[in-house]
Design a protein around this ligand. Structure first.
Ligand code: GDP
Ligand code: MG
Length: 441
């Protein structure tokens, strides 16, 4: 597994201060192999590695963490980010129904199946859904969609033999409008290879129907072809999102990363079985874990992240032992709090700060507030951060303006800092026992 190989790499460099360029190069070679094994397209691998390298360069080796874990965390974070992060992108519904959703993609990618799955999902949300097949080349495809409509408990447009795809699109739109449907899903024909006839027909349908969602459906096992397919469709159609089918297959899902990187479009859903309910909202963390090729990578990474935070707490504890707690340290702590799951998460680790904890709860401290507080501190000069006593009214006004908050909030932050500094001082007077404990927690 990747982590084992990386451990091998780093065993040879234990005891150094910073991840050096050579160390990172060596680790990134292993990451590159993992990505290629997951079938991520080569240009995307290159781009990703360059970014991950940039992130890793200059990162301090944290003593309590294996450098291998650190590189895995950096890599995993980069993958999650590149896949769209934690944001879940649902379907865009039109303000004026019917919302039109167009399915596009190569033949056999799973368009018709996904159309049925979306219909089921939407009808569970109490939407009135009409399915229409524009696949005039294969009569069986129309029957297939009608069957899926039955399974999903929604209507399908009656089949009229001999109509062209654009004509069916017009008829479907009219029916949907007249009969008060909320959503019309247009299932289009695909070809086994990219060709002009398919593209121009799909473009024509998109032009006629002006869909709110034009979804490119692609097989998660597409591999190296994913980039070419995504590019070709993206150039010709007003795509709004991607659906990757067969995520239940053996592949490691590199196509997800490739297609997302090339189009910049959100991946909205994953097809996870042949059954009509086999459609999951996209989950970047799950897919990133799979691309890295380690079932337990998420747990591993989270543990590593926690270790890193604890190691940073150690550094802070050492500074505190010298009886100092300035605003720079507060800023560091704020960002750490965010990483560790906000105020609650970090306060749970601190012994003897029940009072502060209660005050924070009373002050209704939220993560948004943490962001604003960080902004306030970063609007201060270095001298101000070291010695907040020098802050009089005019400086406070300048800082508030810089951070986009009012002066009262600057004052609140300063008060909170004083309280924290007092607590820290009291703790270090006890011989720093509390802090040493906290660092080990
Ligand atoms: P289309 O030509 O793009 O309309 O593709 P179809 O919807 O007809 O799907 C082609 C085949 O892939 C069918 O046998 C589907 O049952 C299967 N399929 C579609 N989506 C999934 C999926 O998410 N997982 C699995 N295992 N099979 C799928
Ligand atoms: Mg089909």
């Amino acid at each position: 597994a990747l982590s084992d190989r990386l451990t091998g790499v780093f065993d040879r460099l234990s005891g150094r201060g910073v991840l050096s360029e050579k160390d990172i190069d060596e680790a990134m070679r292993e990451v590159r192999i993992a990505l290629l094994e997951a079938d991520v397209a080569l240009p995307v691998v290159r781009e990703f590695i360059a970014k991950a390298k940039e992130r890793a360069t200059g990162e301090a080796v944290i003593r309590s963490v294996r450098p291998a874990d650190q590189v895995i965390k950096i890599t995993y974070d980069g993958l999650v980010e590149m896949l769209g992060g934690d944001e879940v992108e649902g379907l865009n519904l039109a303000l004026n129904p019917p919302t039109i959703i167009m399915m596009a993609g190569l033949q056999g990618s799973g368009k018709t199946t996904t159309a049925g799955k979306l219909a089921l999902r939407l009808s569970k949300d109490r939407k009135k859904v009409l399915l229409a097949s524009l696949d005039t080349r294969r009569p069986a495809a129309m029957e297939q969609l009608a069957m899926l409509a039955k399974q999903a408990g929604v209507e399908s447009l009656p089949i009229v033999p001999g109509q062209s795809a654009p004509d069916i699109a017009r008829r479907a739109m009219q029916s949907a409008k007249l009969q008060g449907y909320d959503v019309l899903i247009l299932d289009t024909a695909g070809r086994t290879t990219l060709d002009e006839a398919m593209m121009s027909e799909a473009a024509e349908i998109a032009r006629i129907s002006n869909p709110s969602e034009t979804l490119l459906v692609a097989d998660a096992l597409t591999g190296q072809d994913a980039v070419r397919t995504a590019k070709a469709f993206h150039e010709r159609l007003p795509l709004t999102g991607l659906v990757l089918t067969r995520a239940d297959g053996d592949g490691r899902g590199g196509a997800a990363l490739s297609m997302r990187a090339v189009t910049g479009l959100p991946i909205k859903f994953l097809g996870v079985s042949e059954k009509i309910d086999g459609l999951d909202a996209f989950d970047a963390r799950r897919v990133a874990g799979r691309i890295l090729g380690q079932g337990d990578v998420v747990a591993l990474v989270e543990k590593a992240a926690q270790d890193i935070d604890i190691a940073q707490a150690e550094v802070m504890a050492r500074k505190l032992a010298k009886g100092q707690f300035d605003l720079d340290m507060m800023a560091a702590q704020l960002s750490q709090m965010k990483k560790m799951g906000g105020m609650e998460g970090v306060m749970g680790l601190l012994p003897g700060v029940q009072k502060v904890k209660k005050q924070l709860a009373e002050a209704n401290v939220s993560d948004k507030m943490l962001d604003r507080q960080a902004a306030i501190i970063s609007s201060m000069t270095k001298a101000e951060r070291k010695k907040p006593d020098i802050l009089q009214a005019s400086r406070k006004r300048r800082i508030a303006k810089g951070a986009g908050v009012d002066v009262a909030e600057v004052n609140r932050l300063l008060k909170q800092h004083r309280q924290m500094a007092d607590v820290m001082k009291a703790m270090t007077k006890n011989g720093g026992k509390g802090l040493a404990q906290m660092a080990k927690a």
